[in-house]
Design a protein around this ligand. Structure first.
Ligand SMILES: [Zn+2]
Length: 390
C-alpha cells in the first residue's frame, strides 16, 4: 500500500530531527573536558545524559542520580553486567520531572547545560536577575548553577509559589496579601478550589527582595573568597619567583666561583704576612672602616705577580689613596687591584699571564709602610680575596 506523500515527508523530517539530536549529543561529548559531565537533553519527555564515569561511581548511583534505572542504562549502552570503569562515557536515558498539573500561563522551563550561566539566560530571554530569582525561589546561587538545573522563565514579573501540603489557593493569596481575584486572573484559574499542593502559582507584583538579598550575600561571600584565594595564589607565585631568582643568583655565583677556584684560578700575588684582612676593621682610612682587600706586608721592591691572566686596564697613580695602582681585567666580571706599589711594570692594554710581574711593593698613597693591598672585584664589587686564593 502506498502511503500518502505528506506522511512520508513528515516521517523523513522526524528522522532528520533525530539525527540532529544525535549529532548535538556527539558534539557535546566531543567537546567534553577531562572529568567533566556533559548532558544533551531532549526537549521531549525522554532525555539523555551523557555521563563520564568518575572514580568510585557505580551504575546504581548514576541511575539514582538521574532518576533512571540500571536496566535502562545497560540497554542504552549494550552493557551485559553492571561493571563500569572511570573514564567510560555512558548514555543515561531518564525522564525529567513531570511538569506540575497547574502552572502559570507562558511558563518556559530551561534546563541548564554545561557552560550555561544565569547571565547568559538573562541575555537570551531579556530578563533581570530579580525576575529570575522570583520565578526560581529555590535558586542556590546567582553564579554557580549545576548543569541539569531547571530554570523557570515567565512572561510576567512576580514570585512563583509551589502550593505546600497544608495550603490551598486562598491561604496562598493571604500569605502574600494579594487579592484572590487578581491571583486567579494572573494564573488563568477558573476554579480556585481545584488548586492542590504541588501546583504552581505566580504571585503577581510581589518582589523576591529577601531571596535576592540572600543570594547577593552569597555572591559577595563567594567573590570575597575568590579574591582571597587569588591574592594567596599571587603571593605564593611571587614567593616562588623570589626563591627561584635567589637560587639562580646563588647558582651563578657558585659557577663563577668554581671557574676561578680551579687550579687555573687565582694565585697569591706574593707570599708574606697578612697584616689586614677583608671587611670591617677598627680603624678608619680614607673615610671608611671597610677594608676592600687584604694587605700583605713585604719589603719595598719585592716583585708582585699577576694573580691570573688578563688585560691591564689601569696602571698609574690613583688619587683616592691607592697610590701606584694596577688593575687587571680577567673576564666574566672579575678584576684584581694591586695598590701602594713603588714602581709599575706593565702598561694599560697589555695582556699578561698568570705569574707575570706587574710591579713592585711600595708604600705610595694612604699607606703606613711597605705592603701590597690586593683586591678581587666581581662586577665592580669587592669580594674577600681569601675565598678565591688557594
Ligand atoms: Zn689595604
Amino acid at each position: 500500500m502506498q502511503r500518502p506523500y505528506p506522511r512520508c515527508l513528515l516521517s523523513a523530517l522526524a528522522q532528520i530531527g533525530q539525527c540532529l539530536l544525535i549529532l548535538l549529543a556527539w558534539g557535546y561529548w566531543a567537546s567534553a573536558q577531562e572529568g567533566e559531565e556533559v548532558e544533551a537533553v531532549d526537549d521531549q519527555s525522554q532525555a539523555v545524559a551523557i555521563v563520564r564515569v568518575q572514580p568510585g561511581d557505580t551504575l546504581s548511583e548514576i541511575a539514582d542520580r538521574y532518576a533512571s534505572s540500571i536496566a535502562a542504562i545497560q540497554e542504552a549502552n549494550g552493557l551485559r553486567s553492571d561493571r563500569i570503569f572511570p573514564g567510560d562515557y555512558l548514555t543515561v536515558p531518564f525522564f525529567p520531572p513531570a511538569p506540575p498539573r497547574q502552572a502559570p500561563p507562558g511558563l518556559t522551563v530551561y534546563t541548564m547545560r554545561v557552560g550555561d550561566t544565569l547571565w547568559g539566560i538573562r541575555q537570551r530571554y531579556g530578563v533581570t536577575e530579580e525576575d529570575l530569582v522570583g520565578w526560581n525561589p529555590d535558586l542556590p546561587s546567582l553564579d554557580r548553577i549545576p548543569a541539569g538545573t531547571t530554570i523557570n522563565i515567565l512572561p510576567v514579573r512576580g514570585v512563583l509559589h509551589t502550593v505546600e501540603a497544608d495550603q490551598d489557593f486562598f491561604s496562598v493569596a493571604s500569605q502574600y496579601g494579594v487579592d484572590p481575584a487578581e491571583l486567579a486572573r494572573a494564573n488563568h484559574i477558573e476554579n480556585p478550589f481545584q488548586i492542590l499542593p504541588g501546583d504552581q502559582l505566580l504571585i503577581p507584583r510581589v518582589r523576591p527582595t529577601a531571596k535576592l538579598q540572600e543570594l547577593q550575600q552569597v555572591r559577595a561571600q563567594e567573590q570575597e573568597e575568590l579574591r582571597r584565594r587569588l591574592e594567596l595564589a599571587r603571593r605564593q607565585a611571587a614567593e616562588r619567583e623570589r626563591r627561584r631568582a635567589q637560587e639562580l643568583a646563588r647558582q651563578r655565583r657558585e659557577i663563577a666561583n668554581r671557574n676561578l677556584m680551579t687550579p687555573g684560578g687565582f694565585a697569591w700575588p706574593l707570599s708574606g704576612k697578612l697584616t689586614s684582612g677583608f671587611g670591617r676593621r677598627r680603624i678608619w682610612i680614607n673615610g671608611s672602616n671597610f677594608h676592600t682587600g687584604i694587605d700583605i706586608a713585604k719589603p719595598a721592591g719585592t716583585p708582585i705577580r699577576a694573580a691570573q691572566a688578563g688585560l691591564v686596564t689601569f696602571a698609574g697613580w690613583d688619587r683616592s689613596g691607592y697610590g701606584y695602582l694596577t688593575k687587571v681585567d680577567h673576564g666574566s666580571g672579575f678584576e684584581t687591584y694591586y695598590a701602594h706599589q713603588s714602581r709599575l711594570a706593565v702598561v694599560v692594554g697589555q695582556r699578561i699571564s698568570r705569574g707575570d710581574i706587574i710591579g713592585y711593593v711600595g708604600s705610595t698613597g694612604f699607606s703606613s709602610g711597605p705592603h701590597l693591598h690586593f683586591e678581587i672585584r666581581v662586577n665592580g664589587q669587592p669580594y674577600n680575596p681569601r675565598d678565591y686564593l688557594p
